[in-house]
Ligand binder design. Structure first.
Ligand code: GLV
Length: 314
């Protein structure tokens, strides 16, 4: 029987694959463990099941070194885990690819529709008693159908969003670091940004994509364009995005992720024509349960001496 730290509460059934092992955590209040506590706990367990709210850095991994065998992040993104440090300390890192693509693509499309059609602004007015009746010039958005969608990052989720766009008669362009050989590929990100009516981001977080969408790139986008981010907040320079929205250099934005979650840049909170969601991309009951069992199954496999399919390479 191994000892497994589970840092936060999981959906019902999420721990089933770990039956027979001793579970440590989560905290009674289900808040993330303070980092020092995480370091202390890591020293006494064989495995960690963590969420993207936990920073699994060199300190945590060094504390676990010798006993700790596997860290499974209940998310497809793993920018909260120092994968290189894990490799140095002989710890396997797993994530949850494949199970959340369609659910996240649904949410990205919800944000595309909501941002283009100004649904948050319109609903806020209605709820606030500011809607005085139908008006022909009210809440004029931009059409989704027939628009050009620029998909930045063409992995599983980017492709799932592109598939949905086809049903809306959108023209779809995509950018990826390596040529895809597929129709719509644009090698130069700047060119894709300048030519798209809606841009949706699907690259991983981390150093390589930090502020990929910065003030300069935002300035390349059409003033009628809409930016949607369901990937990681760090990909966009939030201050620059807020400026562009406030100054009308970008039509609208739909965001599910933020640079310093759960903080949201105060100027984004005030920005016009902006739809803001609290990181709910994968939040369907079925998908969140699948994410949990994917992570805990991987832990069970490693503890049994096997190699799960969802190991992250350093
Ligand atoms: C959620 O953001 C994930 O990476 O799964």
């Amino acid at each position: 029987m191994a000892r497994v730290l589970v840092t936060r509460r999981l959906p019902d059934g999420g721990l089933a694959p770990l039956e027979g092992h001793e579970i440590v955590g989560p905290r009674a209040d289900d808040e993330p463990y303070p980092h020092d506590e995480l370091v202390e706990l890591a020293a006494g367990v064989d495995a960690i099941v963590c969420l993207l709210t936990d920073r699994i850095d060199d300190r945590v991994l060094a504390a676990g070194a010798g006993r700790l065998r596997v860290v499974a992040n209940v998310a497809v993104g793993y920018d909260n885990v120092d994968v290189a440090a894990a490799a140095r300390h002989g710890v396997v890192v797993c994530n949850t690819p494949g199970v959340l693509d369609e659910t996240t693509a649904d949410l990205a499309f919800a944000l595309i529709l909501a941002a283009c059609r100004l649904t948050s602004t319109a609903e806020a007015d209605l709820r606030g008693g500011r809607w005085k009746g139908w008006g022909i010039t009210q809440y004029l958005g931009v059409d989704v159908h027939g628009a050009t969608l620029g998909v930045v990052g063409y992995g599983r989720i980017g492709r799932a969003v592109a598939a949905r766009a086809a049903g809306f008669s959108m023209r779809v362009l995509h950018h990826a670091r390596r040529p895809t050989g597929e129709e719509g590929y644009v090698a130069d990100l700047d060119t894709l940004l300048a030519g798209s009516d809606v841009v949706t981001l699907h690259v991983p977080g981390g150093d390589a994509t930090h502020h990929l969408i910065d003030a300069r790139r935002l300035s390349l986008m059409k003033p009628t364009a809409v930016l949607v981010n369901t990937a990681r907040g760090t990909i966009v320079d939030e201050a620059a995005l807020a400026d562009a929205l406030h100054e009308g250099r970008l039509f609208a934005a739909g965001l599910d992720v933020y640079e310093r979650e759960p903080e949201v840049h105060p100027r984004l909170l005030q920005a016009p024509r902006t739809v803001l969601l609290p990181h709910v991309g994968s939040a369907s009951a079925r998908t969140r349960t699948l994410m949990a069992t994917t992570a805990t199954s991987a832990v069970a496999t490693v503890l049994a001496g096997g190699t799960p399919p969802n190991v992250v390479a350093p």
